[in-house]
Design a protein around this ligand. Structure first.
Ligand SMILES: CC(C)(COP(=O)(O)OP(=O)(O)OC[C@H]1O[C@@H](n2cnc3c(N)ncnc32)[C@H](O)[C@@H]1OP(=O)(O)O)[C@@H](O)C(=O)NCCC(=O)NCCS
Length: 170
């Protein structure tokens, strides 16, 4: 089902032209993503347009945890009391180049990321996908897909059980 590939050396000339309109996300793919991948700090997946060969968008993954105190009560009671935090998968960044925005690529990347995170959770425990929206606009995008704000934090999460149901039903 995956429609993305791992960022590699082959993409190095393509990342320099990436422009999603958000400076931090553009700078990241241009200057830092490959280093982070090499240092195993994060994994980066890109979607490449078959016609132009341009990078349509990308997202990054890393391991994360949510402190127990931040988890809403109705989700917290599903964790053993001995746990001080819940293991999670951080979808740290997700961006679509302005030339491809509004054509369903953001949704495709998010579904690809959720599907991948669900697969990973079957080998490495992860009870939720966490996102760190850059601004209110980004938060509205994630809210549309069911992400819930973590209290006292600007981060949002989607329980892995909910993610699993998405792929079991489709
Ligand atoms: C937010 C972003 C990823 C959306 O990508 P996109 O390819 O333009 O979005 P899509 O075309 O896949 O849109 C899918 C759906 O989300 C909606 N949507 C898109 N951006 C949205 C936003 N900011 N808030 C709410 N809904 C949004 C679309 O209207 C569409 O809805 P529909 O299916 O009901 O018609 C893209 O605009 C982007 O890269 N922005 C800059 C970086 C950013 O903010 N990243 C967010 C993570 S930090």
């Amino acid at each position: 089902m995956a429609t993305t590939v791992i960022l590699s050396h082959d993409h190095r000339t393509l990342t320099s032209g990436f422009n999603c309109g958000k400076f931090l996300l553009d700078t990241y793919i241009k200057t830092q993503a490959s280093q982070d991948v090499k240092r195993k700090l994060s994994a980066c997946f890109v979607s490449v347009d078959h016609v132009s060969g341009l990078i349509q968008g990308y997202y990054t993954f890393s391991n994360n945890s949510i402190p127990l105190g931040l988890i809403p009560e109705n989700y917290k009671n599903k964790l053993p009391v001995s746990y001080s935090s819940g293991p999670a998968t951080l979808l740290g960044r997700l961006a679509v180049d302005a030339r491809f925005q509004g054509a369903g690529i953001g949704k495709m990347l998010l579904i690809d990321a959720l599907n991948r995170s669900h697969e990973i959770s079957q080998s490495v425990g992860s009870f939720a996908v966490v996102v760190d929206p850059l601004d209110d606009e980004a938060a509205r995008f994630y809210t549309k897909y069911g992400f819930i704000l973590l209290p006292d934090s600007h981060k949002m999460f989607l329980p892995m059980k909910t993610v699993g149901r998405l792929f079991e039903e489709n």
